[in-house]
Design a protein around this ligand. Structure first.
Ligand code: ZN
Ligand code: ZN
Length: 345
């Protein structure tokens, strides 16, 4: 039986009904918008409707049960006793459906997500390939002309480059934010052309074999003024300090504090408005997280982003983001694209 299911079983107090599609994919390799997996001590049942059932029957190690389109109603009629469900995924209406049968639904949280935080070799291989595709696309992108082209046009160009280099999909919509727009961490690319003297925050990642990359670089369109140059240098210093601090056993909030402390000791105090980083895997934001209120502790095999930023309202912004693999004695930076300030035309 597959190792991921075995690890999950070891963590269960009662059978678990897995309904988060990402968790279903993680445990069985099965991609569907309407499937659930019931993991019990002696078997794994996969419930799905007619549209997916044929594909599901080709999976090893699972008993496939074809349901109606109303998945939870079909499942509820076949359950009895205590059955855990994923409280972060099942809706209130879904919970009402589950308890309408003979089962006693028990809410559980983060059960599969905690397993997903520690990557196995197959997953690391896919993430490394997604990161390499992203690196190559950024290298080509840095040779493009930026000034006079709109953020939206540049975002589309980077998406093309990511596809050409081997991305199956975007891990998330490409962010290109220049000038005042770069002062907002998750800006939507707009129609304003990039001007000289602006920082251009570019955040993108390829998806390869279902796994995500996530990379941010800040380019300088022409000469930056002294304040933006200083913001870049402080952000890079904070990023390097955080990379040096990330290792197994470190609390997410302490890693965050390292970068935040560097920024808060400068004129840019208080302008790093988000967390230091997040896990990356089948989805681009997963566990563990590194931010001031995080309860997570880093473990070997975690793959996380390290991405401090400085945001100057009305002026611009800087963010530098790498993906790293956490190890006992430090971390392995997977992103290869350089991060000294890169001038673009
Ligand atoms: Zn990012
Ligand atoms: Zn990120």
């Amino acid at each position: 039986m597959n190792e991921r299911v075995e690890r999950l079983r070891a963590a269960l107090a009662e059978p678990l009904l897995v309904t988060n599609p990402v968790n279903v994919r993680y445990l069985t390799g099965f991609r569907s918008t309407n499937a659930a997996v019931l993991v019990e001590p002696d078997r794994v049942r996969l419930f799905t409707d007619f549209r997916y059932a044929e594909k599901a029957r080709r999976l090893d190690g699972v008993d496939v049960i074809e349901t109606s389109r109303n998945l939870l109603a079909s499942i509820a009629g076949q359950l009895a006793g205590r059955v855990a469900f994923e409280a972060d995924t099942v809706t209130y209406a879904g919970w009402e459906t589950l308890r309408s049968g003979d089962a006693e639904p028990v809410p559980r949280r983060r059960t599969v997500e905690r397993l997903r935080a520690v990557k196995d070799e197959e997953e690391l291989d896919a993430i490394r390939r997604a990161v390499a595709v992203t690196d190559r696309a950024f290298e080509r992108f840095a040779r493009e002309r930026f000034t006079g082209r709109s953020e939206r046009e540049l975002a589309w160009r980077l998406e093309q480059l990511l596809r050409e280099e081997g991305a199956e999909a975007m891990a998330f919509p490409v962010v290109v934010a220049a000038g005042p727009t770069a002062a907002s961490p998750h800006a939507d690319p707009g129609g304003r052309p990039v001007g000289r003297g602006e920082t251009v925050v570019v955040d993108a990642g390829a998806e390869v074999d279902g796994y995500c990359a996530d990379c941010t670089r800040t380019f300088a369109a022409g000469e930056l003024d002294a304040r933006l140059r200083a913001a870049y240098d402080v952000c890079l210093d904070a990023q390097l300090a955080a990379l040096a601090a990330v290792r197994a056993g470190v609390h997410g909030r302490d890693a965050d504090a390292v970068a935040r402390g560097r920024i808060d000791a400068t004129e840019f105090a208080g302008l790093f408005g988000h967390g230091l980083g997040h896990g990356v895997g089948l989805v681009v934001h997963e566990e563990p997280v590194m931010r001031p209120e995080s309860e997570d502790v880093l473990a070997p095999g975690n793959v996380v982003s390290v991405e401090p930023g400085i945001y100057l309202p009305g002026e611009g912004g800087v963010r530098i983001e790498d993906i790293v693999l956490v190890a006992e004695d430090g971390c392995d930076v997977l992103t290869r694209f350089p991060k000294e300030r890169t001038a673009v035309t």
